[in-house]
Design a protein around this ligand. Structure first.
Ligand code: AMP
Length: 511
């Protein structure tokens, strides 16, 4: 396969790619970049998010900008502000050494005054959501009469979101001789209409269209009763602390309820949905990207365009109604060549939906069970032992300290010592206690398949901490900090961030 150097990119751009650790171009990049750099033609790129398409159009776009011409030369239209921000972030990074090239994102949900101010300076590349752009054009804050390049990113999503008229309007403000580069995961009739109306004999580049679902995703499903879904999720999270993922729910209320359920149990989770303000959503996304959140509970619309590369899992708390949404959702994992797992929680009467997805999307699902209490503890022990074996001690610890520890442990057998250290470790992972570990897991939900005694429902009412099972006992959170459980009456569960508390308060008021 070609290297980035072979594609005709400038030294300034190649330098950034080395710094970013992009070793070789993805398929869409290898195919599109030389065409976009050399040919003065319209282009249709059929590719999904996660295939590297931002760089596929972004790198040639930046290279083609003339920094001495102050006019806006390129416009990138994106369906959501999240995607717009992510494109802008990537273009800022890619143009690090093109110091005279300016890039600006404008989108709804943020103060228009600041955007108007920023637009007073020359902006070579503008990334915009359709509604806000029209607003800015009407206020004469944006001029597109010298536009040379128009990129329509996720064109099918833009139409799904009802931006048909806005796109027509924006295009009417642009010169006829500009180049149009359209990227879309699918080619519904509406896109074909745009192609016919606005594009001139475009070149078509297709990537992975036979099987739209990323082949690096392992698809699994678990048959579970509605009332056991929360517990099933907890157990999967407990079975592997390295899981990072998005849990998809169908409604805003469901995302909020599930996020609160997890936060009460000290999981690093939060919700992302349309009832939240832009500032709240930005805050949650920032925490998720910084890995201070392990799971994000989101609706389909809110999660569109989430660009986080190292997500190991996607959970479908409820399956989506449309097959395309399953593809979009599962595409949040296994990005940039990595592997990922997509797990659907389904009711026993929903198995036909799995069969339909298999057939329609050409994928294979594997049936899985909820991890048992024993599985979770066994996995945690295995992981810990592996980590201990991997630890290099030589040269790091003072010999005297080792001797001192050996002397203090002198009377303990190897078995006793292992048991003590192990218990200590498991407690830190929140799956241990000063009582028997298995008992505690069993007590939490009797296998996730049995009764819902002592599960989410009851605990939700008691304000957190998983009923009173920890009352008066030492309690452990995920970070290994311990506190006296049951004594302190917190108005809000400890896991709640300030932001989540406010949302929680508002919701209560509404109710
Ligand atoms: P996109 O499909 O543009 O949203 O890109 C998905 C992610 O893959 C982005 O976070 C990029 O930073 C990353 N990426 C894009 N191209 C490459 C590449 N050639 N090598 C490694 N990572 C890449």
């Amino acid at each position: 396969m070609a290297s980035f150097k072979d594609l005709g990119l400038s030294e300034e751009i190649l330098k950034v790619l080395v710094e970013l650790g992009f070793e070789k171009p993805t398929d869409i990049q290898a195919e599109s970049i030389p065409l976009l750099l050399e040919k003065n033609k319209d282009l249709i790129g059929l590719a999904q998010t996660g295939t590297g398409k931002t760089a596929a159009f972004g790198l040639p776009l930046l290279q083609r900008i003339d920094p001495n011409n102050k006019a806006t030369q390129a416009l990138v239209l994106a369906p959501t502000r999240e995607l717009g921000q992510q494109i802008a972030e990537q273009l800022h990074t890619f143009s690090k050494y093109q110091t005279k090239v300016s890039v600006l994102a404008v989108y709804g949900g943020a103060a228009i005054v600041n955007q108007i101010k920023a637009l007073r300076k020359p902006q070579h590349v503008i990334i915009a959501t359709p509604g806000r752009l029209i607003d800015l054009i009407k206020r004469k804050a944006v001029k597109l009469d010298e536009l040379q390049y128009l990129v329509l990113d996720e064109a099918d999503e833009m139409l799904n979101m009802g931006f048909k008229e806005e796109i027509d309007k924006i295009l009417s403000y642009t010169p006829d001789d500009k180049l149009t580069w359209l990227f879309s995961a699918t080619m519904p009739d509406e896109i074909k209409r745009i192609v016919r109306k606005y594009m001139d004999q475009p070149i078509e580049v297709k990537v992975n269209t036979k099987n739209e679902v990323n082949a690096n995703i392992e698809h699994q499903y678990i048959v579970v009763r509605r009332r056991d879904k929360e517990e099933a999720l907890l157990r999967i999270l407990d079975s592997d602390p390295d899981i990072r993922g998005v849990v998809f729910c169908r409604t805003r209320l469901d995302t909020q309820d599930l996020a609160e359920f997890l936060m009460r149990r000290k999981y690093r989770a939060d919700a992302l949905h349309g009832d939240m303000s832009q500032a709240q959503r930005d805050k949650v996304m920032k925490r998720f990207k910084a890995k201070s959140l392990q799971v994000l509970i989101a609706t389909d619309v809110a999660a569109r365009g989430i660009d986080v590369n190292d997500l190991t899992h996607v959970f479908h708390f409820t399956l989506p109604d449309q097959n395309a949404y399953y593809t979009h959702r599962s595409g949040r994992t296994a990005r940039a060549g990595k592997k990922g797992v997509s797990i659907a929680f389904i009711g026993s009467s929903d198995q036909y939906k799995i069969k339909m997805l298999q057939k329609k999307l050409g994928i294979k699902f594997e049936a899985k069970e909820i991890p048992s209490a024993e599985d979770i503890v066994a996995k945690a022990v295995e992981k810990w032992c592996h980590e201990v074996l991997e630890t290099k001690t030589k040269g790091k610890l003072d010999e005297q300290l080792i001797e001192q520890a050996n002397m203090l442990f002198g009377n303990l057998s190897k078995e006793e010592l292992t048991a003590k250290v192990l218990l200590n470790e498991l407690q830190k992972l929140n799956i241990g206690s000063d009582r028997d570990l298995n008992d505690q897991l069993k007590q939490r939900g009797e296998g996730g398949r049995g009764s819902d005694r002592d599960r989410g429902r009851g605990s939700r009412r008691d304000g957190g901490g998983g009923k009173n099972k920890y009352k008066g006992k030492k309690k452990f959170d995920r970070s290994g900090r311990s506190s006296k459980g049951g004594k302190k009456k917190n108005k809000y569960p400890e896991g709640f961030s300030k932001d989540a508390k406010n949302r929680y308060k508002k919701k209560k008021k509404k109710a």
